[in-house]
Design a binder for this molecule. Structure first.
Ligand code: C2E
Ligand code: MG
Ligand code: MG
Length: 761
């Protein structure tokens, strides 16, 4: 009785009593009364882990202890029974309901007795009658193992594996009346489940010590009782420096008391808190941690522990800072981007409003940047932008904000002391600085800039209008000849269209046929005849700021509207040529300008050829003009296109020759008929010896390559005479005629214009 009590008392951690003499009847009564409870303890679910904390659970071996006690009880029972031979069947019935197996062997390993569970586990599920009295070796599936247990019986408990089953074993010797050892009672308890729990606990322990996050456990008094290795790694404190300490030891001092008060409030109210905490490591560094603190409560809802899980988020924070930088800066130049600039502008406006001071905005756009990108590639373009950014930054004052808005657009915000004069002064310095060539990958590049200026509050009181007006002023600067700056005026606003409006206007004009072609004669000065003409786009209803193709063609290219527009140009030019032919005007060819975007269309050659066939004009009457930059931008593509066009007799001219970056050796490989010497080289001849030399070189090279040259932009007779002398006898320019509407062009040619040649003057 006392023994059984002791077995149960294990659960309340009382020491075990040593077995005394047992009264059989009393025991049976007791077993009857307690059988349910006993089965809970020894049966399939002996443990309810939630009732025990982990540490106690690991330390305890309740099944082992109970089995040991109970095994001794049963051994006693048998000993007494042997003597009194009573109630054997009743005991059997009780034993059969046990979750444990009981086997009694004599000294020769003959089976004296066993219960139901033992029959199932060790005797193949047989019946007791087939087993009792037989040698174990004959009837038992694991006789050797049982024999071994029997021979080492000493009444203590140990665990082993029998027949694939993890069991706790107690084997006790029973003596006969003469006091001689006669039998051995063995009790086997299945501990498979306990083993599983142990394995899980082992696993948890492994996870605890190896997990990347720090785990810190405090008791109810907020003293640290356990940490894992990660805490040491994160904080730099050794284990024994933290155990017993208050977690406040890790405080960085960066948080206000209110922060911790809030944390405790949430923790008490919700049992859980999560947030970012800056702690201080042992060597004084501040480390950002993502912390989750949870309360642990027992069955009586009493706080027993708190568990803090901490993740070091330093690298995440760094990535965040980097991301933040990227979100607000231009990657290429590291200048603030549009987003950051807008933010600064908003703040600057607020300050200026308050202080009644002025601000100035400079909107800077690089001239001809696209040429460089197209011809020398984006890599060179990028390097040039970096250099340009550096140049702008070096001229701006330290307090000014210089930003890149994307593409080749930069903006400077001048705050303190901003005035029209200071803005114009900076703009002037920038224009002069940009006149100096840039050296990129060993090449000298010439690129100018156009600048639009607005002032707060005169030219706008909010960020959007200040920027929009500065953009408009910049366009005006471009319109009036590039390489300059322009202060915004109210009139400009009335006439100005933003890019978006321009895009819409272009779209409508393409749809509604709002474009015209003008034709400029190409004259052979030797023959004194108009031999051909160039078709040039005109937009009669163009919004202000987009009056010439130089201004609207780039926008049409950007929005790809140039594709339908360019298609229309070719069709219109061919239709006109056909009509003139019908009226008896025979020119060698009509020349049309083709943009890079059109060239890149896979169906470009086909579309030109079908327009040609549709018009009935012979191929050699059509010439396309492409710039060197388009050509060099994609030499293989151009070579493919030009060859296809050439198969239909179509001619090719290189436009604005000399302004780009072509290599003559490439030109040699392509079917090119004409080089058009750019106006910029013609303008200053014969006065400028450099330009004279360039023009002469182009003419002689062209001749060597079997091409003709046409000089563009001839305005004076002197220019024409010089060109004739160096062997260029085809010219185009105001000297002969401006580009004319179709009807005027026809009249012009018909007048049999008495062209004066160089020789006749
Ligand atoms: P471009 O092809 O080099 O055309 C020659 C430009 O020089 C024309 O300007 C013409 O009016 C101008 N010009 C001719 N002779 C003289 C002169 O003696 N003095 C001066 N100062 N200028 C002269 P425009 O018509 O404004 O065209 C400008 C550019 O726009 C063209 O340069 C061409 O690149 C482009 N463009 C014109 N029409 C088209 C078109 O249908 N498609 C494409 N893609 N581009 C076009
Ligand atoms: Mg042209
Ligand atoms: Mg040209």
């Amino acid at each position: 009785m006392a023994l059984i009590e002791s077995a149960f008392s294990v659960m309340s951690e009382k020491p075990l009593a040593v077995p005394g003499t047992i009264d059989n009847a009393e025991l049976i009564r007791y077993l009857r009364a307690k059988i349910d409870q006993l089965l809970v303890v020894m049966g399939s679910q002996p443990l309810r882990p939630e009732e025990l904390d982990d540490a106690t659970l690991i330390a305890l071996d309740p099944i082992g202890i109970i089995a040991e006690s109970f095994g001794q009880v049963i051994a006693h029972l048998y000993a007494t029974n042997n003597r009194l031979d009573i109630a054997r069947n009743e005991i059997r019935t009780i034993l059969d309901t046990l979750g444990a197996a009981v086997v009694v062997l004599d000294l020769e390993d003959r089976v004296e007795d066993c219960n139901r569970r033992a029959l199932d586990w060790f005797f193949d599920g047989g019946e007791r009658a087939q087993v009792i009295g037989h040698p174990a070796a004959e009837v038992c599936t694991c006789a050797a193992a049982l024999g071994e247990v029997r021979s080492s019986a000493d009444g203590s408990s140990h665990s082993t594996n029998i027949h694939g089953r993890d069991v706790q074993v107690v084997a006790s010797k029973i003596c006969d009346e003469a006091g001689q050892h006669a039998q051995t009672v063995m009790l086997f308890t299945d501990i498979g489940e306990q083993k599983t729990i142990e394995r899980h606990l082992q696993l948890y322990a492994e996870v605890f010590s190896h997990i990347g996050e720090g785990i810190l456990i405090t008791d109810a008094d907020n003293r640290i009782i356990e940490i894992n290795d990660a805490v040491t790694r994160i904080t730099g404190y050794a284990r024994d420096e933290l155990i017993g300490a208050d977690p406040g030891k890790l405080k960085s001092g960066l948080h206000k008391p209110a922060f911790y008060a809030g944390m405790w409030r949430t923790l008490r109210a919700q049992g859980h808190w999560q947030g970012e905490v800056f702690d201080r490591t042992r060597d004084g560094r501040v480390v950002p941690l993502l912390q989750t603190i949870s309360e642990v409560r027992n069955a009586d809802d009493k706080l027993t522990h708190r568990i803090a899980v901490m993740a070091d988020i330093s690298s995440m924070k760094e990535a965040q800072t980097r991301l933040d930088f990227l979100a607000h800066h231009d990657v290429l130049t590291a200048l603030p981007n549009r987003l950051l600039f807008n933010d600064r502008l908003h703040h600057a406006i607020e300050r200026a409003q308050r202080d009644k001071s002025a601000l100035a905005l400079l909107f800077i756009d690089l001239d001809r940047f696209k040429n460089i990108n197209d011809s020398l590639g984006h890599h060179v373009g990028d390097l040039l932008l970096i250099e340009a950014a550096r140049r702008i930054k070096s001229l701006a004052r330290r307090a000014d904000t210089v930003a890149r808005f994307g593409g080749d657009e930069f903006v400077v915000l001048m705050e303190s002391g901003a005035s029209h004069e200071s803005a114009a002064h900076l703009a002037e310095k920038l224009v002069v600085a940009f006149k100096q060539p840039f050296t990129v990958t060993g090449t000298e590049l010439h690129i100018g800039c156009s600048i639009g200026i607005t002032l707060y509050p005169d030219d706008g009181t909010d960020a959007v209008s200040l920027l929009k007006n500065a953009d408009a002023a910049m366009y005006r600067a471009k319109e009036s000849g590039r390489d300059g700056h322009y202060r915004y005026t109210a009139e400009l606003s009335a006439a100005t269209n933003s890019k978006l409006e321009l895009d819409n206007a272009l779209r409508s004009a393409v749809r509604d046929g709002g474009f015209e072609l003008h034709y400029q004669p190409i004259v052979d000065i030797k023959r004194g005849e108009v031999i051909a003409c160039e078709a040039l786009l005109r937009w009669p209803q163009a919004p202000a700021g987009a009056s010439t193709p130089d201004l609207f063609v780039p926008v049409a290219e950007e929005t790809r509207l140039i594709v339908p527009l360019g298609h229309w140009v070719v069709r219109e030019a061919l239709t006109r040529f056909q009509a003139w032919q019908a009226e008896g005007l025979t020119l060698d060819y009509i020349s049309v300008n083709i943009s890079a975007v059109q060239m890149a269309q896979p169906d470009f050659p086909d579309s030109i050829i079908s327009l040609l066939l549709e018009s009935g004009v012979a191929g050699h009457h059509l010439q396309i003009e492409i710039t060197e930059n388009v050509l060099m931008g994609n030499i293989d593509l151009c070579s493919w296109v030009l060859t296809q066009l050439r198969e239909h007799g179509i001619r090719t001219a290189i436009d604005d020759f000399g302004t780009g970056y072509s290599s003559l050796s490439y030109l040699k490989r392509l079917p090119i008929d004409n080089l058009k010497i750019d106006r910029s080289f013609v303008r200053d001849i014969p006065g400028d010896p450099n330009d004279c030399a360039i023009a002469a070189a182009v003419v002689s090279l062209a001749r060597t390559l079997g091409m003709d040259t046409i000089a563009e932009g001839i305005e004076t007779l002197e220019q024409q005479n010089y060109l004739a002398r160096i062997g260029c006898d085809k010219v185009q320019g105001y000297l002969h005629s401006r580009p004319l509407p179709a009807a005027d062009f026809l009249t012009f040619v018909r007048q049999a214009h008495p062209f004066r040649t160089g020789d006749s003057t």
